[in-house]
Structure formats: structure tokens, C-alpha cells
Design a protein around this ligand. Structure first.
Ligand SMILES: *Cc1c(COP(=O)(O)O)cnc(C)c1O
Length: 442
């Protein structure tokens, strides 16, 4: 922690020092948290611009403030590109995060008391889809009656037949389903979108696809096409596999445009982080040019890394399904302690991952503080230009730390050595700056 602060000057210097220290640390680390990425320098430039100090309430061209000429130009570009990338009639790029995009969708399509189906957290679901008893957004903020899909743990997917049976029973109890949420935080394989869309039709229910994690893979055409498969709304974060600024968006159909716009403003937002909107416009432009290649390489790397870890004795789950079709994998590390301990050991080697619940953890009496799993993503290493041979090296580092109990401080040196060769952001328009360069504009 920081030393005690005695003056404003001390605090000022302490904060700036922490920022620089963070950059130095991340520069020599392997950032492998599946929900993160490194944006291009152009996105960082947008984030540092004066756009972040302005308001532009309302819709493009109909703002309630003056001074919006260039803000409108940029937001129009984001909207045009977003519609093209996600093959959609409508996109709203104002939600300032993925959770807020979800809350917008829940508010547009549901009322308090309505039944919403989602995955549990151990089966990959996100806290924003969760029940009131867990403090989840759907239950707590929108007061939806959240119930969970029957899940096929063996294949790590929603069990369609049991879900059909389950919603029939719910209807018989006078609780017909109103919203089906798809998408997840542990998102290894495409969800059964077409099947759920078909099922939802029979109940006049809506389907929301939460593509927070996989938006970049979808933009690159390599995962699934939720709008093409008929969902009512597709929500996302713009900073996971889509390597933009931390922000959100909601994609939908013209028929829902007006209600969605009204929920966002005046309902959920006043300012909408216009510097981030500019960053999103740039990230979408990069996606259009470079993501077919980027997304493909992310998935090649995650399959390669999963296989390499598995061959080194680490229990990466779902081998028989090829481990993953996305940017991430999940592994059971209970042979070596728990997810918390393994996360901390890897951190000492400058390998940054997160502990994660496994589908069967609850039954084994494990909770999120010390779960049995680790979740690992390859999207950021791929963006830095790493390919298959580097994935083999990364797997060696994991083995040294997790299985062979090597001194993590020694492994950290090897990690830093590998990382030296991967300091530029790829799959974007060129820049002279390094990926994690600390840029002073004081
Ligand atoms: C990360 C995540 C979110 C939340 O995203 P924020 O942009 O951080 O609000 C929503 N849904 C899922 C499935 C996620 O994994």
C-alpha cells in the first residue's frame, strides 16, 4: 500500500507514481484475464481528448446542448460501423458499460416481477444476470424474477430439452418466461441461440444475447451471429475481445429503437462518456479492417494454449469438445491447491489470471473466494502478436509455476524476456508508440 499522505502535493505525486509503476509492471507481464485487452494508441488518444469533458444528451442531431458538431460526427461513425459489423438495423453506443447495456435491455423488455432465465455464475453466467439474493442487477435493480437454465455440465451448454420442459412447468405455475438471456462470462462454446429463439416465440418472450466477452470474435465473423439468428437485442462490452475503451453498446432492430433510446436517455444516463464513444468508433474501424484476422488468431491461440497446458498435465476442461471455441479456457487446479492460491502464485511470476468457479464447485463446497478453477484468455497476448510457438512457451511457464513449484520470481524473469519481443499493438492502424508506453501530457 502507499505511504501516508500529508499533502495534496504528496497525493498528486503518489498517484502519478502508481500509474507509472502500473505501466512498468504490465509491460513485463502476461495479461491473461479474459475480460481485458489492450486498445490501440488511437483509442488511447481519443480517451485523453476533450470529448471526455462534454455533454451530448439525447440522440445524434437532436442534442439538448450546443457545441455537439464533432461529437455528433463521431457518434454517427460509431453507429454506422456498428450496424455494419453486427449486421444490424440499430445500435445505440451510449451505454457506458456492458452491465448498463444489460440493464437497458432488461428495462426495455421486462417489468418488475417478470421471469428471466439465465445461466448461474458457476455455469458461466454474469452477476448482472443474477438473482436478488445474490445482489445481481436483473434481480436487485430491475426486480426481475430470475430463474436458471437446466445446464448440461458435461458439454458445458444450456440443456435445451430440459429448458423446454422447465419453462412449460413455469407457465403452468403462472410464471411464464418473459426474457431469455444468453451469453456468459465463461463462454467457451457458442450458445444455442436458434433453439432458444424458437422456444421463446412460443411464449412471446424476448431473447437477449450478452456478447460482452465475444463481441470482437463476432465482429471478426468467427463465433456466432446473434442478430442473424434472431435475438431481440445483443448487448456488449467494448473492451474484451473487442479491444476498444471500457464502454458498452446495445444492438437491436428498428422496431425496438425508440423504446431502447428512451430507456438509455433519459432513463439510465445523462452524459455518456463521449471520449469512450470516440474510442468505440476507432475500435469499430479497426474491427472492420483487421478483425477477421485477429479473431481467427485469438481462437487458434486459445486452442493451442489449452492443448499445450493439457499435454503438460494441467486439467483444462472440455478436452473432448476441443477445450474452447473462443478466446478463453477454464481449468481445474484443485490438484495444486485452489484457484485463489494458484492465481497468487502465477501473479508472482507476472502471469495475470483470475480464479473462477467451476460448474461443480458448489457441490464440492467451494465458493468464489477459493474456487477450484482458473480462467485464462489469449486475446491480449494475440493482440501483441503472439502466435502458436509463444503459446507453447506460455504453457511452459504455467507448468513451472503450477506443477513444478519453481520459484515464481525466477519465472517472472523468463516472462519478462519473452514479453520484450511483444510490445506493439497489432490489428490496428500503425503507431510509433509501444502498447503500454506511459504517455505524459502534463
Ligand atoms: C464482463 C461482463 C459484463 C460486464 O461488463 P462491463 O462492461 O464491465 O459492465 C456483462 N456481461 C458479461 C457476460 C460479462 O462477462
Amino acid at each position: 500500500m502507499v505511504n501516508s499522505i500529508s499533502s495534496g502535493r504528496d497525493a498528486y505525486e503518489s498517484v502519478l507514481r502508481s500509474l507509472e509503476n502500473h505501466h512498468a509492471m504490465i509491460k513485463q507481464s502476461l495479461p491473461m484475464i479474459a475480460s481485458e485487452n489492450v486498445p490501440s494508441q488511437a483509442v488511447r488518444e481519443a480517451l485523453a481528448s476533450d470529448f471526455g469533458n462534454r455533454y451530448a444528451e439525447g440522440w445524434v442531431g437532436e442534442r439538448v446542448y450546443a457545441g455537439c458538431k464533432y461529437l455528433d460526427e463521431v457518434e454517427s461513425v460509431a453507429i454506422e460501423l456498428g450496424k455494419k459489423l453486427f449486421k444490424a438495423e440499430f445500435i445505440d453506443v451510449r451505454p457506458i458499460s456492458g452491465v448498463l447495456a444489460n440493464l437497458c435491455a432488461f428495462t426495455t423488455f421486462g417489468n418488475p416481477g417478470d421471469v428471466l432465465l439465465a445461466c448461474t455464475i458457476p455455469t458461466g453466467g454474469h452477476i448482472s444476470h443474477s438473482k436478488k439474493s445474490l445482489g445481481g442487477t436483473a434481480g436487485t435493480v430491475r426486480e426481475l424474477d430470475v430463474v436458471n437454465y437446466p445446464f448440461d455440465e458435461e458439454n458445458f451448454t444450456i440443456d435445451i430439452d430440459k429448458t423446454a420442459q422447465f419453462v412449460r412447468e413455469l407457465k403452468d405455475q403462472g410464471r411464464p418466461p418473459k426474457i431469455f438471456v444468453l451469453g456468459a462470462s465463461v463462454f467457451l462454446f457458442p450458445h444455442p441461440v436458434k433453439e432458444i429463439v424458437e422456444l421463446a416465440k412460443g411464449y412471446d418472450a424476448k431473447v437477449i444475447y450478452d456478447g460482452a466477452h465475444v463481441a470482437g470474435l463476432i465482429a471478426g465473423g468467427i463465433f456466432q451471429d446473434p442478430i442473424g439468428d434472431g435475438v431481440d437485442a445483443f448487448t456488449m462490452s467494448t473492451h474484451k475481445t473487442l479491444a476498444g475503451p471500457q464502454h458498452g453498446a446495445i444492438v437491436s432492430w428498428s422496431k425496438y429503437a425508440e423504446p431502447i433510446k428512451r430507456v438509455i436517455f433519459p432513463g439510465l444516463l445523462s452524459n455518456h462518456h463521449l471520449h469512450a464513444v470516440a474510442g468505440v468508433a476507432i475500435a469499430f474501424a479497426e474491427a472492420l479492417e483487421f478483425y477477421p484476422d485477429y479473431a481467427r488468431n485469438i481462437v487458434i491461440n486459445s486452442k493451442t494454449l489449452a492443448q499445450a497446458l493439457f499435454e503438460r498435465g494441467i486439467n483444462v476442461l472440455y478436452e473432448k469438445k476441443g477445450f474452447t471455441e473462443s478466446h478463453m479456457m477454464i481449468m481445474d487446479v484443485t490438484k495444486y491447491g485452489n484457484g485463489f492460491e494458484v492465481e497468487k502464485r502465477l501473479e508472482k511470476a507476472n502471469i495475470i489470471v483470475n480464479r473462477n468457479l467451476l460448474p461443480y464447485d458448489k457441490r464440492m463446497g467451494r465458493d468464489y473466494k477459493a474456487p477450484g478453477g482458473i480462467r485464462v484468455g489469449t486475446q491480449e497476448l494475440t493482440r501483441l502478436g503472439m502466435k502458436k510457438s509463444e503459446m507453447e512457451e506460455v504453457a511452459d511457464f504455467f507448468k513451472k509455476v503450477i506443477c513444478d513449484n519453481k520459484d515464481p520470481a525466477k519465472v517472472a524473469l523468463e516472462v519478462a524476456e519473452l514479453k520484450k519481443g511483444f510490445q506493439k499493438v497489432n490489428y490496428c492502424f500503425s503507431s510509433t508508440k509501444d502498447a503500454y508506453e506511459y504517455i505524459k501530457i502534463r
